[in-house]
Design a binder for this molecule. Sequence first.
Ligand code: HEC
Length: 263
Amino acid sequence: MTHPLRILLGCAALVAISVGLVTPSATAESLQLPNDSYKKAAAADVKFLQTRLADLAKKQKAGERLLDGQIKPALGVALLVTAYGEALGDAALKDNALKVAEAIDKKDFANAEEWAKKLAVQPGTPATVGKLPKPFKDDLILMAVMSPFRGGTVGGLNIERDIRDMTKMTNPTKIDPATVEILAVRTAVINAYGFHSPNEKARTSPANLKKWEKYSRDSIELSNQIAAEAGKGAKADTAKIKTLLNTLNARCTECHNDFRDDE
Ligand code: HEC
């Protein structure tokens, strides 16, 4: 079953849905991911959080310096887990992930580790239309959710590099559908947060905001498609996945060229 997690709806769209004119899938910025894919990504990300936070708590206790590159992806992944909890109708997962995020934001890693230990994926009955939890200001959310894209050696989930390695011209890495399925859930949810957390430049004019929303929406839509194909497992069309990943990579770059000034 595919569960839509919607983040923002114009009033017109809400009315349209309530009178049955459009189905939730008609709204492009909504996530259309199979519950099974959410479950797999949730399991992987809970594990990442538990490991990362145990490490940060240990270092903090020992008085060691904590690196931003280790902290930001933890905050970003905690936000992703809140979204999975919402989409899966798993209130405890969502609430506990929010506690994790709040403790990370306060740099209280002992508490963050304790809350992370409570994270367990137990899907319930999802609301018809889920809402993306946004516990922080837009700028912090954007910075946090983009950071898991960073390289593994600098504390991220290596997503950007993995996409590029799978799509490069010479010696691309082999496409493993199970790995790509989780990657696509992450990129879908990250871009959904991005859609709703435009940066300062994107907010300077309606034209800029429109562009920002288009890049985000395209990225969500491509990620939905990648997750659907990769979810077929051994029967997945890896050539199709590669083409979709290539297009996704282009959207990332276009948005960065227009809106990112830290590069
Ligand atoms: C809608 C625009 C937009 C899209 C689409 C987008 N990004 Fe970003 N990205 C940004 C902005 C803006 C920043 C800078 C955020 C900040 O640090 O404030 C950023 C930051 C990053 C960073 C640096 C994170 C850090 O912690 O320093 C990476 C890596 C990244 N993006 C990868 C990607 C990848 C990979 C994709 C596509 C799968 C993607 N982005 C899609 C706008 C976008």
